[in-house]
Ligand binder design. Structure first.
Ligand SMILES: [Zn+2]
Length: 382
């Protein structure tokens, strides 16, 4: 592995660092890093690693660029909306550093393909936004003995760690043996995220990857770094490998990849729309609103701030956060369709009301987002 004169100039600020030097820069060039996700976290990770001279960068993402991505996903620009994230990312990286070879894996990471994709890389970095992929990434990395550089973000808070049982530390499952029940933890799409937050957490992940490659410094192995942007504070939790861990413990029970959608309680993507008997479609909701003789009332369980941004005419606002205090305003004999932004909170509201004895309830699949897509495009998506 040699560096060209152009590369020597490009990386000169690295080369004069004793901790990097020519030998270190050659290690960076030889390194193969796989980034799961080319979104909020994936953007700073991929851009800084490419700029730093990582020779091979794999990107796993099957998604396309949406307007709502641009507030934080700097790999993609305004003109990229609608394009594949992988393609857009490859172009951005080529402009930063044409020496970096980008390998696109334009697939959804799954139990069928994960081991095959991950096996060729030295380091894996978790830039995903969902639990099935996070557990899948963790298990595959443990099985293949690859370090997994973890980061996650939500609203104003983020966390990062390096999961590497081979380096004496825990894995993600040592920390969180079981996923939260579906709908318990809102996603960034539901709960929001400050645009710069993935920049901060992603840069921490990129830093740890470079240290791993160089073999320098103290890694976030055995440590969970917590960041709060509102307080502008970092905290640190000590972690330990759990000898009882089902995947990296002394007597592992998980010896291969499982069905992670099912494990996380999420119905498989292939399920027929509306196959959940508690759900109706936005078309059903439109019928209910258009025809009062059906006697169905539509309740919007989103928060007032969201109602300000976008609303469906004829729906009554009763925020989920106030439901416990105000549910008696609802009539147990009345039929209700509950809607939210994407269909997660409305299902939560349905389950809560059912526990209180309400029987005539349906949750609107896809919420106001699906309404905007399928019924009324003048309703803004957010
Ligand atoms: Zn573990």
């Amino acid at each position: 592995m040699e560096l060209s004169n152009e590369e020597i100039r490009r990386y000169s600020r690295h080369l004069i660092l004793p901790e990097v030097g020519l030998a270190g820069q050659k290690k960076i060039k030889a390194a193969k890093v796989l980034c799961i996700g080319a979104g909020g976290l994936g953007s700073p990770i991929a851009m800084y690693l490419a700029a730093a001279g990582v020779g091979t960068l794999g990107l796993v993402d099957f998604d396309t660029v949406d307007y709502s991505n641009l507030q934080r996903q700097l790999l993609h620009g305004d003109a990229d909306v609608g394009r594949h994230k992988g393609e857009s990312a490859r172009e951005t990286i080529a402009q930063l550093n044409p020496n970096t070879q980008v390998i696109l894996h334009s697939v959804r990471l799954s139990s069928e393909n994960a081991l095959d994709i991950i096996k060729d890389y030295d380091v894996v970095v978790d830039g995903t936004d969902n639990f099935p992929t996070r557990y899948l990434t963790n298990d595959a990395c443990v099985l293949l003995k690859k370090p997994n550089v973890y980061g996650s973000i939500f609203r104003f808070e983020g966390q990062a760690s390096v999961f590497a049982p081979t380096l004496g530390g825990p894995c993600y499952r040592c920390l969180y043996p079981e996923p939260p029940p579906p709908g318990m933890v809102p996603s960034c799409a539901e709960g929001g995220v400050l645009g710069v937050l993935p920049g901060i957490i992603g840069c921490i992940q990129a830093t740890e990857i470079l240290k791993l490659i160089l073999g320098k410094g103290n890694l976030l192995v055995n440590r969970l770094l917590l960041f709060n942007a509102l307080d502008m504070k970092f905290r640190e939790l000590k972690l330990r490998r759990d000898p009882q861990c089902p995947v990296c413990g002394d007597h592992p029970t998980i010896k291969g990849l499982i069905d992670y959608e099912q494990y996380c309680g999420i119905p498989p993507a292939s399920a027929e729309p509306g196959s959940n008997p508690d759900e109706v479609t936005v078309l059903d909701m439109k019928k209910a609103l258009d025809d009062p003789s059906l006697g169905i009332k539509v309740i919007d369980v989103r928060e007032p701030d969201e109602y300000e941004i976008a609303r469906v005419k004829g729906a009554t606002l009763l925020p989920l956060s106030q439901l416990e205090a105000r549910f008696t305003e609802l009539d147990p004999n009345q039929q209700y369709y509950l809607h939210c932004k994407a269909g997660v909170r409305s299902m939560k509201a349905l389950n809560f009301l059912r526990q209180q004895g309400y029987k005539h309830l349906k949750s609107v699949k896809g919420g106001i987002g699906a309404w905007s897509d399928e019924i009324d495009r003048s309703v803004p998506k957010y």
